[in-house]
Design a binder for this molecule. Sequence first.
Ligand code: ATP
Ligand code: MG
Length: 572
Amino acid sequence: MRFTQLFAPTLRDAPSEAELISHKLLLRGGFIRPLASGVYSYLPLGVRVLNKISDILRDEMNGIGGTEFLMPSLLPRTLLEESGRDRTDVLFTVPERDYFLGFTHEEVITSIARSDIQSYKQLPFLPYQIQTKFRNEARPRGGLVRVREFLMLDAYSFDRDEPSCELAYSHVRGAFARMFVRCGLSAFPVEADSGAIGGSQSEEFMVLSDDGEDTVLRCDKTGYAANAERCEAVPMPAEDPEASVPAIEQVATPDVSTIEDVAAFLDVPATRLIKTLIVTAPGGTPVVALVRGDRELNEAKLAKLLGGPSPLADAALVEKVTGAPVGFAGPVSLKLPVRVIADREVALVRDGVTGANVADAHLVHVLPGRDFPQPEYFDLRTAVAGDVSPADPEGRLSTERGIEVGHVFNFGTKYSASMGATFTDETGKSQLMQGGSYGVGVSRTMAAAIEHHHDAAGMLWPISIAPFEVVVVLVDAKNDAQREAAESLHTSLLAAGIDVLLDDRDERPGVKFKDADLIGFPVKVVVGKSLLEGTVEVSLRRDSSSKEAVAVADMAAHVDGLVKGLKAELSF
Ligand code: ATP
Ligand code: MG
């Protein structure tokens, strides 16, 4: 391939709205161009990377018995009604036709399985596809990290029973782990919330990055790691459990309503405050949720408990439930007989402080169980660094930021039950299929790879997913000897099966060198003045000290050796 035919418009500076390094470099390198918020075109360099990641995914999926499909992007509303996912918040609708744009394809593949699979003999079944997904993300960000239209590998497993479903899950998990290694990414699985897809067993593959949107908690004693949405929060008592508690008392707290202000005003630590949040459960029912003042209520845990997203109630509902304006709610003497749930740590609060359900007043010396009925206790807070690890009482948790690049779910009979996907076993009995679903963000993986592999000059692609493995820089396009040598190297490398780009542009050498570093070709061959001494200059992008003069006669074999060596680092 020649640069003059490629279409790779590089930019000196990234547009100011780009924050993540991958976003900046993909724009500057001419890999992508924005069309609308969270919507991008892939230019040829970008397409080449997507294709390489996709090929590795195909290879790994085929290796575990996967079989490739291509399902439609238009999903009829009636299909999603079967599983109840027609109200999922990220759905794009095509109203005049009553379609949704495909965001994931459990319903489509389940509809195929239920009509075409009758017997246990047709199981296991492991279909996958690599296809564009649409999600109406509220806040697209970071270039390809969170977009409204993206490329995903989605795979689905159908099995006859739980053990074989678990086996399929572990096969796909292994295939994903190998695929990330082959792409040059250190991604590791963490326990995850199963979100809109539902189900029981779920792990996400995370790539650590300070700019990641996910928080990962890791135990320092065991290999346990979990997404903060999911990580069990072990109660950490802050008070002496034996301390005696004086009688409850109401105190005036004029205009003092936030946790920080109340703690400061009453001179008590936030650990003694009982934060009282009125949330709206699915269906509109108010529920009172209690967490310690220094803790955060975990939305994912709350949603799981209440059966769906449960946002904070509006001021009118808060007033109806508590009889007081927002900021003075507490579990003592609520106005409505509502369900009260609490994080387990609240049970350990002694001599607590809560809102009095009266404007400008709080209650002090509050004791759960004495001053208000024991609520229903659950794990409802978000775990934080320093917490005791749920995996080992001796272990402590630390936090890191991560980008989720893949997700594996075992959801059992969730879709087969709602959609009626059954098969007949050996005894002639009808059984529900056991299922799982698995996804890798192909475009997000591309961005994550850059987040990991870049320097001040540009991208540093792992060779397996680089848009080209080698660039041959023809320094002076008007110099016949240089052109001839560069052309001949280009031809021999192509013949050796190497993915090579010949930079044949009539540009200043400085421009070509800058672009080579920006685009990040793993191997660079410079055909320039040294040709007079019978050599070309070969170097690795990742190591500027690797530069060496190679005799023209040896150059093709030498480059071939370098490429093979780099590839071997990323293979099994
Ligand atoms: P997130 O929590 O980041 O919104 P998700 O958990 O909703 O993602 P899944 O349904 O698990 O996403 O999708 C599988 C994979 O698809 C994710 O692991 C991620 O790599 C990718 N992905 C999901 N949403 C997006 C998006 N908006 N833009 C780019 N890639 C995405
Ligand atoms: Mg996910």
